[in-house]
Design a protein around this ligand. Structure first.
Ligand SMILES: [Zn+2]
Ligand SMILES: [Zn+2]
Length: 284
């Protein structure tokens, strides 16, 4: 990446951000709306966490009805300036798939992200990772994460899969993005699962804020997804702070456009002509 990532300006959408309805953010929705209006981000999707492992901080954290009302009321106040949508980021784990499906049947959202996180008993949790990584190759080190991600894509429960290879962040002390680029065969089943299930690939720009300085996933993975017949991509900042809002979306859009996509997607099976990438990304 030659440019310094910054907050995007004049951009169709940021599909991924957290507010005080997430256990790990304190941002008021109003603040994102004000920034969106100022920067010219026309649509924002609020995607607070819902986790399913009992005893964890994000376990069924927000009250669905209260949050829905706050998002709805804020959306009404900003109507005509910014479109505000009612999304969610669900922590996916194979062992909770049934419960997640039930949650989604009982609660309606405009948009759902399924993401694999470092839950407390995961090999990637801070307390476990050094022991886990010891003696492993990069392919072995990503395997538990990628197994969960592939199952999330296959489940067909979500509009998109969030931060496809976020384990890059936790594995950074041992493996660099260049090491990840040596294991295309590990990514292949994930990308095929996305294509076959019609699930969108999210290009999550939060990695640009961390030492690995690469989106989740990186450019070559997005290009491969396209080659395999992938049709739907989204971009999201995964902001937990106001300063991260819309951060790196220009870079994410460059990656998406270079891979051959001319538009972004939101809901599964809905083709939104208004999410076409701005002209400045479409001259290659
Ligand atoms: Zn996440
Ligand atoms: Zn997130």
């Amino acid at each position: 990446m030659t440019t310094t990532p910054r907050q995007a300006v004049d951009f169709p959408i940021d599909t991924h951000m957290h507010t005080a309805f997430s256990h790990d953010s304190n941002v008021l929705l109003e603040l994102y709306a004000a920034q969106a209006a100022q920067l010219g981000i026309r649509e924002i999707v609020i995607t607070d966490h819902v986790d399913f492992m009992p005893g964890t901080p994000g376990y069924r954290y927000f009250d669905y009805d209260v949050r829905r009302k706050v998002i709805h009321d804020t959306a009404e106040r900003w109507a005509g300036k910014v479109v505000i949508r009612h999304g969610v980021e669900l922590t996916y784990e194979i062992r909770y798939e049934e419960e997640i499906g039930e949650y989604l049947r009982k609660h309606s959202f405009d948009y759902s992200i399924g993401s694999v996180h470092a839950v407390p008993d995961s090999p990637y949790a801070r307390a476990n990772i050094a022991t886990f990584v010891s003696g492993k190759t990069v392919a072995q080190a990503v395997a538990p994460y990628f197994t969960e991600v592939e199952a999330a894509a296959r489940s067909g429960l979500f509009d998109t899969i969030g931060h496809l290879d976020q384990c890059k962040r936790w594995l950074q002390p041992w493996f660099s993005p260049a090491d990840f680029a040596t294991i295309p065969e590990s990514y292949e089943p994930l990308l095929i699962a996305l294509v076959e299930s019609g699930t969108a690939l999210e290009v999550n720009s939060s990695g640009l804020r961390y030492p690995e300085r690469e989106t989740y996933p990186g450019p070559w993975v997005v290009a491969r997804f396209r080659e395999l017949g992938g049709e739907r991509v989204t971009v999201g900042s995964d902001a937990h702070l106001p300063s991260s809002f819309a951060f790196g979306l220009e870079e994410a859009a460059e990656i998406v456009a270079a891979a051959g996509f001319d538009r972004l997607s939101l809901e599964r099976a809905v083709d939104r002509g208004d999410l076409t990438l701005p002209d400045r990304f479409r001259h290659r």
